[in-house]
Design a protein around this ligand. Structure first.
Ligand SMILES: [Zn+2]
Length: 347
């Protein structure tokens, strides 16, 4: 059984956890409070809570969370927040009337689970690699219990692999149409990676416990971040230029990596990203990439240029506040059969 979104959030090859400078990160172990105490229960969780790469799980969440366990069609145990599960069952029943069959691949993952994965990776591969490849504990929407990864059952067959599932665009369209009626939204929209921090995931839905709000967000076609005012930038201009070396699809994949990484910086108004041109694809630049990451053995390099405007609060980054940045460089590299790595940015 593949872990779908799990692999995306656990192994962030697409979206590495680097800020513009090394900064002090919150001590993730202090967020791990798996031992829940009944006394800590108050009036429940905030169903509108934002959890993403810059917004951690709210304090005390895990003590207040009420969950149920279910077993999916492939025999895996899935833990889901109680009301989200009830709403999911209604959505599922409604979809079945139209001949669409779904099941739950994964939902809640505790901060402790994520910490354990981080610890295992640290032990096995070292802290640097772990920080690059494992999502930081506390910063996954799956911690909330309100994020659900669906998979499809088509002609009685479980379709669980991302690259297979994504082909069923008609089925996803039917599913997406009904989400808001049951208080869910589609969370990771195509093209909005710089806001959400994730590539398009038709299967990752988020429960809001409010179908009016879900309908408003869906009708406007905006991200949850924008609805909550956590992102205030405008449209982003993407220019792939003309390349004799790379196809537009290859450049598009590189841009998604850049946007996912950019989302770590928080609410910065991204104006444009453009391919710097084949002139930057030189032996010297490739050698520089391999000097930075000697183990990677890259064979291809590409440069992109970005324009953005920083807000008055730039958080932990070393960026200047309230400033325009133009031609900010991003250097990516890859091996012949690998995906793009962001090797350096800013110089
Ligand atoms: Zn997910």
């Amino acid at each position: 059984m593949l872990c779908l979104c799990l692999t995306v959030t656990l192994v962030l090859s697409a979206c590495k956890n680097n800020k513009p400078s090394p900064t002090s990160e919150p001590n993730s172990t202090e967020a791990v409070t798996e031992a829940s105490t009944e006394a800590a229960k108050t009036d429940g969780i905030d169903y509108m809570a934002l959890v993403n790469k810059t917004h951690p799980l709210p304090e005390n969440w895990e003590n207040q969370l009420e969950t149920v366990h279910m077993t999916n069609s492939v025999g895996d145990d899935v833990e889901v927040e109680k009301k989200a599960y009830d709403a999911y069952l209604k959505l599922k029943a409604d979809l079945e009337k139209e001949g669409v069959f779904v099941d739950l691949d994964s939902a809640r993952r505790s901060v402790a689970d994520q910490q354990r994965i981080m610890d295992e990776f640290t032990k096995e591969y070292g802290a640097d690699y772990a920080a690059k490849t494992v999502a930081k504990p506390g910063y996954s929407e799956h911690h909330t219990g309100l994020a659900l990864d669906l998979y499809l059952i088509v002609d009685g067959k479980d379709i669980v692999e991302n690259e297979n599932m994504i082909k069923y665009t008609d089925i996803w369209a039917k599913i997406h149409q009904k989400l808001a009626d049951y208080g869910f939204i589609l969370r990771y929209l195509d093209g909005e990676e710089h806001i959400t921090g994730y590539g398009y995931e038709p299967w990752h839905i988020r429960y809001l416990d409010n179908s009016d709000v879900a309908k408003e967000i869906t009708a406007k076609g905006i991200t949850f971040e924008e609805y909550l005012g956590a992102y205030s930038g405008g449209d982003v201009k993407i220019d792939y230029g003309s390349s004799e070396i790379y196809k537009e699809d290859e450049l598009k994949n590189a841009v998604i990596q850049i946007k996912c990484q950019f989302a770590f910086w928080g609410n910065i108004d991204l104006k444009s990203i453009r391919y710097a041109g084949d002139e930057a694809v030189t032996k010297e630049n490739l050698a520089r990439m391999n000097e930075i990451n000697p183990d990677a053995k890259y064979t291809q390099v590409a440069e992109f240029l970005m324009d953005f405007h920083t807000p008055t609060d730039v958080g932990e980054t070393t960026l200047k506040a309230n400033s325009d940045y133009t031609d900010y460089p991003w250097w990516l590299a890859r091996t012949a059969d690998g995906g793009w790595d962001i090797v350096s940015f800013g110089d």
